[in-house]
Design a protein around this ligand. Sequence first.
Ligand SMILES: Nc1nc2c(ncn2[C@@H]2O[C@H](COP(=O)(O)OP(=O)(O)O)[C@@H](O)[C@H]2O)c(=O)[nH]1
Ligand SMILES: [Mg+2]
Length: 687
Amino acid sequence: MGQNGTTPNVTSKLGPRCIALVGPFQSGKTTLLEAILARTGTIQRQGSVDAGTSLGDASKEARHHKMSVEASFATCNFMGDSYTFVDCPGSIEFIHDMRTVLPAVDAAVVVCEADEKKVPQLQLILRELEDQNIPRFLFLNKIDKADKRVRETIKLLQPASRVPLLLRQIPIWKGDLIAGFVDLALERAFVYKEYAASEIIDLAGEDLSREKEARFTMLETLADHDDALMEQLLEDIQPPRDKVFDDLAKELRDRIVCPVLLGCATRSNGVLRLLKALRHEAPGVTETAQRLGLKAGGEAAALVIKTFHTTHGGKMSVARVLAGQIGDGTTLSTPESEAGRVSGVFKAMGQQFEKRGAASAGDTVALGKLDGARTGATLSSGKQALPALADVQPSPPVLAIAVQARERKDDVKLGVSFTKLTEEDPSLVVVHNAESHDVVIWGQGEMHLRVATERLADRYAVPVVSRPPTVGYRETIRKPISIRGRHKKQSGGHGQFGDAVVEIKPMPRGSGFEFEDRITGGVVPRNYIPAVEEGVLDGLKHGPLGFPVVDLHVALVDGSYHTVDSSDQAFRTAGRIAMTEGLPQCQPVLLEPIHEVEIVCPSEATAKINAILSGRRGQILGFDTREGWSGWDTVRAQMPESEIGDLIIEVRSATAGVGSFRFKFDHMAELTGRTADQIIAARRAAE
Ligand SMILES: Nc1nc2c(ncn2[C@@H]2O[C@H](COP(=O)(O)OP(=O)(O)O)[C@@H](O)[C@H]2O)c(=O)[nH]1
Ligand SMILES: [Mg+2]
């Protein structure tokens, strides 16, 4: 029994911890962080997300949208140990920020609610934790609003987890409200006090028998991986309390169960129990380093889990130190290159960075001015750089916008800002389209891109204008012709003369362009023939419908020249004229890019997804259950690029925000009729 009479007296020797707060969008992660900070005395008063006073959502973008749009950090002290909590955004569009944090944390607290609609989101997040082998607790939040039995809630949520959800607490109901809880490991009952520690009460009557039953269920689950415990249960022997705690800790750390705690973040109910569970049961940095396969000698090792470009402090790399010490002036390397020399070690608190002393194993700190360190990098101080400890790849992007600086003078600044933007958030990709001259930002969804443009304006002071990116239309021909291109000018002085007869004919889809020289008898001298080809190419850049012309064969078959007036330039012009005059007679037709799209969604949304695809000129190729994901499907289809443009917005709304897709160019297809006419008219209007 500990000094406070409620917990076994174990002094933690595990060093500073790092814990991720994850979970579906709006489940209360930022609020829980606020409650933790208030409970540990780190902040004076518990702020709120709704009032815009939370520490977690302190960035301008987060305040504006009233949601977390990037990982935020806060370090506090609890019972003599340091804990850094990372509040990770819950929306799938910002999930990459969570992914890069996970490898470095000791454990995650998955904040969730008893809401059936959020089960797929929960599954998505648990899957990330399962794949990365992160020990995890579930914190069943908002129990002030509970309208069903907790056991039913667990049944509802269980399909989202691959390992058993292990109920550690059961509620004490007073009428329709939950007034407190029974801790099944401690076998003690508590009533909630708002913003204060819960009070111990005696258990009696029905509450006591419910406790016995629930405790037995918990022990049975634990016993699945503990034969000695199983025997005790079969023989009706009460296992000692310490043994139960040891099992709880071990099975959490082995990731074979996911313990469930209850609470209400807005009133700070259940927060103390959560902190104590973390203190006693979550692994420490040594175990986390082992999980990552770190074989450290004496030198420092750390993982960069987030990058900030601050207005005043410059670049800050938030890193979890896994071994050794990192102080001001430590030189660090990444597996690829030098990371730089640490210029300042800071404690990250929301958007604030406070200077602190050297960091040692376990600490999560911001390191100043590591120019060569990108998010996700493994840092080490030894002569020989450590190999990468984690490899987290962003999901392929699904939505794009073309952007340009609102003011031309900002063009250069915009380029620099792109580097910072993608360094802060590697799930954004910036692509320069050489053909359309578009600068395109690819991201994970509508809000993701909106926040990216806001960040450009607010953080980097480059306001941008955006529009949908250019679709890669092409055109081709359907009819062969023969035509003469003749360029003749004799207005004073030196004249110009070029004359080329070409045969233009269609070629199969995907073959591009071929030029053939069939001149005999030197009617067009050898040295002018490349100029004719260049002229033809000029003419293909912009076909009669307004798009680049592809899939055709052009043969130079005849022509004539003038000994004085002919030149490369004149033959180039003749070649171009042959095209501009010839192509309109070749029955030009529009070509549009078709991609193969693979959509993943919860099965109950599959019918809706099929309807969306058909409504967007998609051709369904088939659907199947998603491999390794119970309750999910994969739908494959071919779709025009123009229809994929904003497809994700519909997919997300049909799947409670969890559906996604990847796509790959497949082929160009002819497009005729009204849609084609509209595209051609729009192109003309734009010129
Ligand atoms: N009733 C109730 N509301 C809560 C609780 N925790 C959070 N909320 C509310 O749920 C909303 C989302 O909370 P937030 O912390 O932003 O969720 P996040 O998206 O997971 O960070 C806010 O309006 C909170 O005030 C809770 O325990 N009970
Ligand atoms: Mg949040």
